[in-house]
Design a protein around this ligand. Structure first.
Ligand code: UD1
Length: 342
């Protein structure tokens, strides 16, 4: 029988790509979203890509405990992937309570409902932000976590601990995987789903594509005096489809009983450091255009350099990132043009 995966925040950037990969791998998916930070574009895009006009959609808020319990009662949920959360680093500094309330309450409600139904497999979307400014790179899963530089980052660290503790106390009924994402970028090769930031983008690639299309005048590169080869920050940019596939490997690992511990953690990255300037140059080259950019002061809270050692995910889960930065930047540009109707 087909297994059912609940994807909270399934209409968002990562959630929609994960839904596509799960459906293509033969899982049934229930998408749940309150559309607080996205519209229906990606949900409709997922249906178009997969031909699944019947893809279940529950419009609901995960902070509503009664609604979350009703959801678990309605569907035979074998695994849940939890994305439903606020994610703007700067906003979280300005409005910390909003972030703690939303990101912690929604996850606690999922875990409570999972516990009440007698157990579940829970995959939590964590972030490389939990490593803070690491003492050495690349980081492995054993690299110590550091205090996060924002309330958003703190919610990731806290949710990791909450899941670990809940799994430990559940006597085998609850299983958990924490995936720590590095920098997810790009779009589906169909250009039917991608990133849809509201307002001015905080993240680099949406800012690049919006500058290229003419929505923004000029990209600011935050800092060119970092102790790195070209003075700009180093990150591990991971293609969104590669990242989405990691979720299929993780869910299958949980459902097929292949986990070695009841709560496991994996870095989801490429292992390849790329500087901001290299990314900008690659975008220009692969898409044959010139980008208007300037160097600007450092952005508070940015770490100098972080990239993954993904060998645990490679060997244990059998997952590996396959796409080149060039392919990913082409897809990101195709998506921006699709949005502009070009
Ligand atoms: C941030 C979050 C991370 C989150 C990720 C994906 C922190 C510290 N970082 O990562 O948790 O998972 O977003 O949403 O919590 N840059 C520019 N100009 C711009 C925008 C960015 O130069 O207009 C530079 C930044 O200084 C940085 C790099 O591009 O060096 C990547 O920035 P960004 O895309 O915002 O991701 P992170 O800050 O690495």
């Amino acid at each position: 029988m087909k297994k059912t995966v609940l994807v909270s925040g399934g209409a968002g950037f990562i959630g929609s790509h994960v839904t596509v990969e799960l459906l293509e791998a033969g899982y049934d998916v229930v998408v749940a979203d309150n559309f607080s930070n996205c519209d229906r574009t990606c949900y409709e895009g997922v249906k178009q890509i997969t031909g699944r006009e019947d893809l279940p959609l529950e419009v609901m808020d995960f902070c509503d405990a009664v609604a979350v319990k009703a959801l678990f009662a309605k569907y035979p949920i074998d695994a849940v992937i939890h994305f439903a959360a606020y994610k703007a680093v700067g906003e979280s500094v300005a409005q910390p309570l909003k972030y703690y309330k939303n990101n912690l309450t929604s996850f606690l409600n999922v875990l409570e409902a999972a516990q009440e139904q007698g157990g579940c497999n829970v995959l939590f979307s964590s972030s490389a932000t939990v490593y803070g400014e690491p003492d050495s790179v690349p980081v492995t899963e054993a690299t110590p976590r550091k205090p996060a530089t924002s309330p958003y980052g703190n919610t990731k660290t806290m949710c990791e601990d909450i899941l670990r503790d809940a799994v430990k106390a559940s006597e085998g009924k609850l299983k958990g995987i924490l995936l720590r994402y590095f920098n997810p970028i790009g779009a589906h090769p169909s250009a039917l789903i991608g990133e849809l930031p509201r307002g001015v983008p905080n993240n680099l690639v949406p800012f690049i594509t919006q500058t290229a299309i003419g929505k923004r005048e000029c990209l600011s590169i935050f800092g060119n005096d970092y102790p790195t080869p070209d003075g700009t920050c180093l990150r591990d940019y991971i293609d969104i489809v590669d990242l989405a596939k990691a979720h299929v490997f993780a869910v299958t690992r949980m459902l097929e009983g292949k986990m070695k511990q009841a709560c496991e953690v994996f870095n989801v990255g490429t292992g390849r450091p790329v500087s901001v300037l290299e990314l900008v140059n690659a975008f220009e080259k692969v898409n044959g255009l010139k980008l208007n950019y300037k160097f600007a002061p450092r952005r508070p809270g940015d770490v100098t350099a972080i990239w993954a050692d993904p060998s645990l995910a490679n060997t244990e889960m059998g997952w590996k990132a396959t796409r080149t930065v060039e392919e990913t930047l082409k897809a990101a540009w195709a998506w921006e043009k699709h949005l502009a109707g070009k």
